[in-house]
Write a protein that binds this ligand. Structure first.
Ligand SMILES: Nc1ncnc2c1ncn2[C@@H]1O[C@H](COP(=O)(O)OP(=O)(O)OP(=O)(O)O)[C@@H](O)[C@H]1O
Ligand SMILES: [Mg+2]
Length: 706
């Protein structure tokens, strides 16, 4: 199944709108055919002698008697001559023959107009007495029983009866027909509106559902996915760029793609009614058009997919540059960024131009083919419309010819409108492919029917854990064995890149170990529900994260019903209350995205308040290594010291105070735990720790990361 048809399932759930859409399509097509069809009675009124009434009468009477009348001249005093007598017809049974002339009906003399009027008004199986003469002038009298006329003749009779009769009323009749023409067009516009509106509702609702589902899925994708792929920008672009492209395709599908084929069909039926042979000649060109349009559609799909990928890159670039605008400015790299943006855009331009080319090519090519086919058809049609000799009736009446023209042009027109449909559908298909690729990504692993993790009662164990990042050459963690008893605080120390952040990332299962396991009280955390696992812990990451929301909402994060008192209490315990109070709107101050209006230390204290409010059993803290002023540092340390009492804590420590407060310290280097013990033990036994202590802890954090 193509991605686009998968996407279609969403709007198609709204069956009610679909039904209305289909009804509108059918009505619209009927109006289209009807609109073109009005050419016929109009021309009948203007060009032909017999007019619509005479025409209907002739058809009725011919049908009821089973004859063909010579009717190229239709005027008072013209004789009723027979051109053909059908076998087994009432006329033949009565003994009428070709070239006979009917003189009287039921004893009254008749000419052609009065005869057809008279017969057309009779009912089926009524008996009339005819008097006629043959070519030699011999007269006969015989009664004949009329039969039922064909349905189409009867319909035409009923319809023409609605028009005023008589030559003097022709203008009025024309006005009637034009009025009908107008009504048909009103109806058509109305159906177009309802159809388009309905389709819009259906599509928007369906896409809302799809977007929500994709978003939910995007949130539960493993971090690995975001690390590997174009990352968050690529995912964002699938919402921003791809979903409108899908929408355009659906819109086309539920309007043009549904309506135009039926309009084509209506015009085709009209043309077939005029002359089925000529119509078939014209249709011979259709396969060429189809082939061409499919080919162009494929080109479109390829170009669209590429362009959407590049769009994703550009969005990534924008996001990266704009969120790091300080660095860009500080390093004066505006020119560099500008060139990067320009290059990516130029690449995009290539594909966009390709799309424009295919797009521009489609409509004129198809139009040209349509016109070619119409010209061929018309050439043959004109031949049929010319009389074969002087005084002879042409095989095709002019009004039929023009109606045929109308039908053919109607077909060509709806074909032209359909021509852009495959392109748009293919573009949409490409976009849907990208969206579903996201939806089909494997989510974070959770075993079917996994049990809840019980609250920690004894210890957390890392058992021989190794882990490497996707695509990395070296392992980030190598055979780690570590036991953290409940209620104790472990400080992880080590040089940059030694694997501290990676190790603590295994606890909430941001990543799963390649070998070995992480165990809570003997329970492998891989085998329990993610929710029950993550519920037990709070995490303060190295890059403190602040959302574009109020301070209070940032602390309560996600728990909308938390009371203000509890938020303030948590802020007090994190020593954040004092600076929050000084903000312009206090707890209701809206922080900027990324928290630019706070200092690094303040952001960190907000993060800690968030963790305190959550009141977790296990606290995971990745200390920021950025410079924090001495006052902040003291406050953070104090807050932590109060908070870590009787909680199980894993703390990546960059500060002496934190290290000292820990129950024991694990020293990491190049993915391994190289030593563990208390501060004094390690100072004596571990040269690496000694070095770290001298350079980092005593002189204060010297690096500027975080
Ligand atoms: N997302 C990632 N993809 C690939 N490799 C990574 C990723 N994150 C970290 N690494 C690599 O894994 C190793 C361990 O990184 P980690 O972030 O755990 O170090 P750290 O001890 O926390 O360092 P710091 O003290 O600077 O925070 C490093 O070599 C790093 O390059
Ligand atoms: Mg780190």
């Amino acid at each position: 199944m193509s991605p686009f048809s998968r996407a279609l399932k969403y709007p198609l759930r709204y069956k009610r709108y679909l039904v209305v859409t289909i009804v509108c399509v059918l009505l619209g097509a009927l109006c289209y055919g009807g609109g073109i069809g009005t050419i016929y009675p109009i021309l009948k009124l203007i060009i032909s002698q017999e007019g619509p009434h005479g025409w209907a009468d002739i058809r009725m009477s011919e049908d009821m008697m089973g004859v063909t009348l010579r009717s190229n001249v239709f005027a008072a005093g013209v004789k009723v001559e027979l051109d053909k007598v059908k076998p087994d017809s009432p006329a033949e049974l009565a003994g009428l023959k070709i070239r006979d002339t009917i003189l009287a009906v039921d004893g009254n003399e008749v000419d052609l107009p009065s005869f057809v009027r008279l017969v057309a008004q009779m009912k089926a199986s009524e008996v009339i007495t005819l008097r006629w003469e043959n070519e030699q002038g011999t007269e006969s009298v015989q009664s004949i029983e009329l039969k039922q006329a064909r349905l189409d003749a009867r319909i035409i009779a009923v319809l023409t009866d609605l028009l005023p009769r008589g030559l003097e009323n022709r203008f009025l009749a024309l006005a009637y027909i034009l009025g009908l023409f107008w009504l048909i067009n009103v109806m058509q516009s109305l159906t177009r509106f309802v159809q388009s509106y309905n389709a819009g509702i259906m599509i928007e609702r369906g896409l809302l559902e799809l977007r929500t589902k994709v978003y939910r899925n995007a949130l539960s994708l493993p971090l690995k996915f975001y690390d590997l792929q174009g990352g968050s920008s690529d995912v964002a672009s699938r919402f921003v760029q791809d979903s409108p492209t899908i929408k355009r395709g659906m819109k086309v599908l539920f309007t043009q793609a549904m309506l135009e084929p039926f309009k084509f069909l209506a015009a085709l039926i009209l043309a077939l009614l005029c002359s089925w042979k000529l119509t078939l000649v014209v249709l011979a060109v259709a396969p060429v058009v189809l082939l061409l349009v499919t080919k162009l559609g494929k080109l479109m799909k390829k170009a669209t997919r590429r362009s959407l990928q590049v769009w994703g890159n550009i969005l990534g670039l924008l996001n990266e540059t704009l969120s790091n605008i300080r660095v860009v400015k500080a390093y004066g790299s505006e020119g560099y960024e500008h060139r990067r943006f320009f290059r990516a855009n130029r690449q995009l331009l290539k594909y966009l131009i390709r799309i424009a080319r295919v797009d521009a090519l489609t409509s004129p090519t198809v139009a040209l083919l349509g016109i070619s086919m119409a010209t061929v058809g018309l050439l043959f049609a004109c031949k049929l419309a010319l009389p074969a000799g002087p005084g002879m009736k042409p095989e095709m009446a002019p009004e039929t010819l023009f109606t045929f023209f109308g039908g053919i042009f109607g077909m060509a027109e709806s074909l032209r409108k359909m021509s852009s449909v495959p392109n748009k559908l293919q573009a949409s298909n490409a976009a849907a492919g990208r969206v579903f690729a996201l939806l089909d990504q494997e989510k974070e692993h959770e075993e079917r029917g996994a049990p809840e993790l019980q609250p920690l009662s004894r210890q957390i164990e890392f058992e021989n854990v190794s882990f490497s990042y996707p695509g990395a050459i070296d392992r980030a963690l190598k055979e780690i064995d570590l036991v953290v008893p409940k209620g104790q605080t472990v400080a992880l120390v080590g040089p940059n890149g030694s694997g501290k952040t990676t190790l603590i990332s295994l606890l909430p299962r941001f990543f799963d170990p390649d070998t070995g396991r992480v165990v809570f009280d003997g329970q492998d955390i891989h085998k329990v529900t993610l929710h029950s696992l993550r519920k037990q812990m709070a995490m303060v990451t190295q890059q403190t994260v602040v959302f574009a929301d109020t301070v209070a909402a940032n602390i309560a994060y996600g728990r909308v019903r938390t009371g203000r008192e509890r938020i303030i209490e948590a802020a007090k315990r994190a020593h954040a209350h004092e600076f929050i109070e000084l903000l312009p709107q206090g707890y209701d101050t809206v922080l900027s995205e990324g928290g630019e209006n706070l200092s690094g230390g303040q952001r960190q204290r907000i993060s800690i308040a968030r963790a305190i409010l959550r009141d977790p059993e296990i606290l995971i803290l990745d200390e920021a290594t950025s410079n924090i002023d001495a006052d902040s540092e003291a406050k953070i340390s104090q807050a932590l010291a109060e908070f870590t009492v009787s909680r199980t804590c894993l703390i990546v420590a960059h500060r002496f105070a934190t290290v000292m407060a820990a129950d024991f310290i694990a020293v990491m280097d190049q993915g391994r735990i190289v030593a563990r013990g208390t501060h004094e033990q390690l100072l004596a036994s571990c040269p690496l720790y000694h070095g770290l202590y001298e350079t980092q802890f005593v002189t204060g954090p010297s690096n500027n990361e975080g």
